[in-house]
Design a protein around this ligand. Structure first.
Ligand code: CAA
Length: 258
């Protein structure tokens, strides 16, 4: 109903959890949901007590796309003037690792939101697709770019030009999915992955994400120099001394998060 919150947020230990909460609309991503997800992710990003963000949908749908009913009567000028979907770029700038548990439909904007996550857990029953061509449009939240970078031209063209859905097994085979587990275990596995990431030093996890993400933005040589500079800079942290010191002393590190 209209007064139910479009997302739910909680913290579970050092994991910040964002749950899409429009199950009856298959978590269609309307403007309110977009703004809520982005703001919650930014707040978790700035919270030193949060070391990873977990993004959850519902069993039937991670998200069935942008909200078609909300968009259908908009004009070009309205879409352009508001720079529709631009807010999602803020999610891409979140530095804390994001883990997505992708169950059921991940279509259109739902597939694109899943691809904004850093680690993507899915099951055989997950359905990824970019069906926008069937609506007379194209992906608008980065799908043509992120899909092509993660699965290559052959599969991206197939999905974007025909709207064909790929199941979790194919999605894992083509490189869209980090881990494939049984459908009922997707959320638990994703939570464990988020907890694992959050158990490390946040500065090193953030910089590890930054380094991998740089591979999508730059040349190999620039990326390697960038990585090495980040590696060097971590020697300014207490947690580098703690992590390497603990190894040498044969004990478990106790991260200071600094
Ligand atoms: N936007 C708005 N409402 C949506 C929606 C969407 N993307 N997807 C589902 N819903 C709504 C349905 O309208 C329906 O609402 P009512 O109960 O009020 O009729 C409710 O969710 C349940 O959906 P269905 O009855 O259709 O469920 P189903 O099991 O029969 O079918 C489905 C499931 C195949 C996913 C089907 O809902 C569907 O095709 N959805 C649209 C998928 C799509 O085209 N996504 C792309 C959107 S455009 C986009 O995302 C642009 C971009 O790049 C960001």
């Amino acid at each position: 109903t209209a007064d139910e919150p479009v997302i739910l947020t909680e913290t579970d230990g050092r994991v910040g959890v964002i749950t899409l909460n429009r199950p009856k609309a298959l978590n269609a991503l309307n403007e309110a949901t977009m703004n809520a997800v982005v703001e919650a992710a930014e707040a978790f990003d700035m919270d030193p007590e949060v070391g990873a963000i977990l993004l959850l949908g519902s069993p039937k749908a991670f998200a069935a796309g942008a909200d078609i009913k909300e968009m259908k009567d908009r004009t070009f000028t309205q879409m352009y003037a508001s720079d529709w979907f631009q807010a999602w770029e803020r999610l891409g700038r979140v530095r804390t690792p994001v883990v997505a548990a992708v169950t059921g439909y991940a279509l259109g904007g739902g597939c694109e939101l899943a691809m904004m996550a850093d680690v993507l857990i899915a099951g055989p029953g997950t359905r990824f697709g970019q069906p926008e061509i069937q609506l007379g449009v194209i992906p608008g939240m980065g799908g043509s770019q992120r899909l092509t970078r993660s699965v290559g031209k052959a599969k991206a063209m197939d999905m974007v030009l025909t709207g064909r859905q790929v199941d979790g097994e194919e999605a894992e085979r083509i490189g869209l999915v980090s881990r494939l587990v049984e459908d009922e275990k997707v959320q638990d596995e994703a939570r464990e992955v988020a907890q694992k990431i959050a158990s490390f030093s946040k500065p090193s996890a953030q910089m590890a994400k930054e380094a991998v993400a740089a591979a999508f933005e730059t040349t190999l040589q620039q990326g390697i120099v960038h990585e090495r500079r980040i590696f060097h800079s971590l020697f300014a942290t207490a947690d580098q001394k703690e992590g390497m010191g603990a190894f040498a002393e044969k004990r478990k590190p106790e991260w200071e998060q600094a």
